[in-house]
Write a protein that binds this ligand. Structure first.
Ligand code: NAG
Ligand code: NAG
Ligand code: NAG
Ligand code: NAG
Ligand code: NAG
Ligand code: NAG
Ligand code: NAG
Ligand code: NAG
Ligand code: NAG
Ligand code: NAG
Ligand code: NAG
Ligand code: NAG
Length: 729
């Protein structure tokens, strides 16, 4: 071993060789050091050379490594040296926009203990020579573009305490067998979001020092079994693991985060999971867990997040989740997308810290318990897709911080109560597909934060409430398939941020207002939004995620097609020309009304993807430039009174059936002259009976309505953050 020891006194094996003279010198130096320690931090010349070699192969657009000159270690960005020897002990170059391959020169830093190159764009393989960094205690190469496998030489890193290689998508291969027994000090292993496959080696289950294990988001297979050390953090989420859920009994006192989500686990949830005393975060979603939840499965008040969604759990909802319900710190409870049945237990309304409650897509019956209003921290309630009945309880205004109230696809009846105006933080209100009747109360003008209002498919009636004009942040408004009537108000198109107005299937009469046309369609950047999905219904989805175990985020997703749908009403007169000048519009459906007049040129609607004006009384010529609208995928002008001719060379072939039912219109087909669009076989909306292209058309329209979604991120209140921070490990 060749070591250049500037201050050999610190190395007992060489101190014996010291003669008096150097010792004196040494004492002098030592005293110097104690007066002016900076004199002693001269960067070791060999290490300096190694670092410069490393830098020579790095692209460094931000010039952050330009400070690497001279021999004053404190000046070298990201480098720390041992005070007296000047040997480099730590290299921390995280998040500096560096790229290129790692130069083997780095491996010459033989005193290196900490190496952190995370969040850059380094590529190539992990150099084999890393195995010679025998003093390395922490290695973090996460979030780069490393490829290939872990070199077997790395098993020589016997001092390693932390190995973090997550977020290198093409780094993987079979998870090496040595990973669990190369270092008896390994406390943290994070290989998440890589491409490892194969089974979890037995050695990992037995590695005594291990506290933090994250193998999430790989392609690991095989059975999960019991771990035999006091783990604090375990994530095996998003792999292909099978088997039943173990008890983790060796970690009863320590395990705080347990996520096995998105695997293929089967069987029930064993009650022993409840005896994990420190458990704060449990995520078992997206598995095949089944059976009922035992009443004996009860957690401590430390549990903050419980996500059991997307399983096959059945039976009644768990009544008692925490030993002492009143002390429970549960912030998020997600039992959605299961087979739970029965009523919503009252006990749930005693989980005072609750901020997000997801019980959607189950078979719940009975009424929404009024005591839900006791949950004053609630921000999201999603009870959609159940069979809940009764009316929306007035007491819900107790949840005064509510951001999202999602109750669609139930059997709710009664009226929207004027007192709901107290929910003045509400951003999302979805009560669609219920049996709610009555009018929209004027008091709801107070819900000034509303962005998404989905009231479709109910039994609502009356004229358009002026309350709506006060919802200045409105992005999405659907009143479709109700019994609203009266004229459309002149303020209809004045919302600054609006993206979708759907009033279809009502009894609105009169004309389409012309004044104040001010839809700005901010969110439409003009990029064509491919591809179409085949989703049939607009679904407003709220999902939550714990980010870095320290923050909870709610994501709201809704179709954000930019469009106007006034179809199937009783509207008359001409379509105001300004409507054909809205540049951002992608979807316009005015079919099934009594509109007349002629179509202007549509060239300003360059973003239009779907235009349906069928089943009206429009007349005159078909404007020649419709076929030049590049994004147009769907066109339906059938069943009107258009006349004149549509030349074959205008490219309307891609819209089969678009002109049917215009008896005076001549649609030229190449060579064969004129093809008169005969009226479709059935009138009204029984498209299903019509064969051929029109059927395709109908399908496409419903597919269109939700072809892409926008995400609005919301972060939780300071209170939630402090709850969740406690889980940080
Ligand atoms: C090294 O740099 C630091 C900070 O820039 C300074 O305080 C120290 O005096 C310098 N030491 C030498 C030997 O130049
Ligand atoms: C260290 O940096 C400071 C300012 O950044 C500079 O004044 C000083 O000369 C540098 N020292 C050495 C030894 O390069
Ligand atoms: C990173 O560097 C690239 C050039 O290689 C530059 O375009 C980019 O803006 C930089 N990113 C940051 C975050 O500095
Ligand atoms: C690695 O990164 C360098 C610098 O950014 C780049 O020139 C090179 O093409 C990359 N190599 C691969 C295989 O991506
Ligand atoms: C790791 O365990 C394997 C057997 O599982 C053994 O062959 C190997 O020598 C062990 N390595 C170390 C460094 O203990
Ligand atoms: C994951 O592993 C399975 C076999 O277990 C294999 O069929 C599949 O292609 C792998 N997927 C990826 C993305 O590597
Ligand atoms: C589940 O894992 C698969 C890969 O195994 C991934 O594609 C998918 O996005 C994951 N789903 C969720 C909800 O995380
Ligand atoms: C919970 O609600 C019930 C009925 O609404 C009420 O009697 C009770 O006092 C409330 N409890 C708390 C702690 O607010
Ligand atoms: C819906 O509620 C009505 C009473 O309002 C009831 O007759 C009907 O059975 C309920 N339907 C379902 C599916 O629960
Ligand atoms: C719809 O509401 C009207 C009153 O506006 C009521 O008479 C009728 O019974 C309701 N229909 C249903 C199915 O609830
Ligand atoms: C139209 O919207 C813009 C902002 O997009 C606003 O400045 C303007 O006042 C609005 N005009 C009318 C008539 O409402
Ligand atoms: C649980 O895990 C799933 C799949 O990885 C993820 O989509 C979901 O956001 C997680 N739940 C929470 C509350 O973080």
């Amino acid at each position: 071993m060749e070591l250049k020891l500037d201050f050999p006194v610190f190395h007992p094996w060489s101190s014996s060789k010291l003669s008096t003279l150097p010792l004196l010198l040494l004492l002098m130096l030592l005293s110097l050091c104690s007066f002016s320690p900076s004199q002693c931090s001269d960067l070791d010349p060999k290490d300096k050379a190694s670092l410069l070699l490393f830098r020579s192969s790095v692209q460094n657009p931000d010039q952050s490594l330009a400070t690497w000159f001279g021999s004053n270690c404190t000046n070298w960005t990201g480098i720390s040296c041992e005070d007296r020897t000047g040997r480099v002990v730590s290299v921390d170059l995280a998040n500096m926009n560096l790229s290129g391959r790692l130069h083997p020169g780095l491996c010459e830093l033989s005193f290196l203990e900490h190496l952190k190159l995370s969040e850059n764009n380094f590529n190539g393989t992990i150099p084999t020579c890393f195995g010679s960094l025998g003093n390395l205690k922490a290695l973090d190469l996460s979030h780069n573009s490393f490829v290939g496998i872990l070199p077997d030489d790395m098993m020589r890193l016997g001092q390693l305490r932390e190995l973090v290689l997550s977020g290198n998508r093409e780094l993987g291969g079979i998870l090496p067998r040595w990973i669990g027994n190369f270092s008896n000090n390994l406390a943290k292993l994070d290989l998440s979001s890589n491409s490892f496959h194969g089974e979890i080696p037995d050695s990992l289950y037995n590695l005594k020092s291990l506290r933090h294990l994250d193998l999430g988001d790989n392609n690991l297979s095989g059975n999960v079994h019991e771990f035999y050390q006091s783990l604090e953090y375990l994530s095996l989420a998003s792999n292909k693991l099978v088997g039943a859920l173990p008890c983790f009994s060796a970690a009863t006192k320590s395990l705080t985060v347990l996520t096995l989500a998105n695997n293929s686990l089967v069987g029930g949830i064993p009650t022993c999971i409840g005896s994990l005393e420190a458990l704060a975060h449990l995520n078992l979603s997206f598995n095949h867990l089944s059976y009922g939840i035992s009443p004996r499965l009860v957690f401590t008040e430390k549990l903050i997040v419980m996500d059991l969604s997307f399983n096959d759990l059945s039976g009644p909802l768990p009544v008692k989740i925490a030993v002492a319900t009143e002390k429970s710190g549960l912030v998020l409870l997600d039992l959605s997308h299961n087979q739970f049945s029965g009523k919503i237990p009252l006990k749930i309304t005693e989980l005072k810290s609750l901020q997000a409650l997801f019980l959607s897509h189950n078979h719940l019956t009975g009424e929404i318990p009024p005591r839900i209003g006791n949950l004053t921290y609630l921000q999201v309630i999603d009870l959609s897709h159940n069979s809940l009945s009764g009316s929306i309880p007035l007491d819900i205004v107790g949840c005064f911080q509510l951001l999202a109230l999602i109750l669609n696809n139930n059997n709710l009846s009664g009226e929207i109560q004027p007192e709901l105006d107290a929910l003045d933080s509400l951003k999302i209100l979805d009560v669609s597909h219920n049996k709610i009747s009555g009018e929209i109360p004027l008091t709801l003008a107070g819900l000034k934060s509303l962005e998404i209002v989905e009231l479709s498919s109910n039994n609502l009636s009356g004229t358009l409430s002026d309350a709506i004009t006060k919802w200045l942040n409105l992005k999405y408004l659907s009143l479709a398939h109700n019994k609203f009537s009266g004229n459309l108000p002149s303020w209809l198109f004045t919302f600054e941020a609006i993206q979708m107005i759907d009033f279809s299937g009502n009894k609105f009469s009169g004309f389409i207002p012309e004044g104040n046309f001010n839809i700005s369609f901010h969110n439409n950047n003009g990029e064509p939004k491919e591809p179409f999905t085949s989703m049939k219904n607009v679904e407003i989805k709220v999902s939550t995620m714990v980010i870095n175990t320290s923050e909870l985020s709610f994501n709201f997703e809704v179709s954000s097609t930019v469009g106007i749908d006034l179809s199937d009403n009783l509207l008359r007169c001409e379509i105001p020309n300004v409507l054909f000048e809205v540049e951002g519009l992608e979807y316009l459906n005015l079919s099934y009304n009594y509109l007349d007049g002629q179509l202007p040129s549509l060239e300003k609607m360059w973003n239009l993807r779907s235009l349906d004006l069928s089943h009206n009384s429009l007349s005159g010529q078909i404007p020649g430039n419709i076929s030049t609208l590049k994004n147009l995928k769907l066109l339906n002008l059938s069943c009107n009174g258009f006349s004149g001719s549509v030349p074959a060379n205008q490219g309307y072939k891609r819209f089969p059936g678009a002109f049917a039912g215009n008896p005076d219109l001549c649609v030229e087909s190449s060579g064969e002259g004129c093809e008169r669009g005969s009226p479709p076989a059935a009138s009204g909306k029984t498209f299903e009976q019509v064969e051929g292209p029109i059927l395709v058309w109908v399908f496409c329209v419903s597919a269109f309505v939700s072809f892409y979604s926008s995400v609005v991120g919301l972060f939780c209140s300071g209170r939630a953050r402090s709850y969740i921070l406690q889980t940080k490990v």
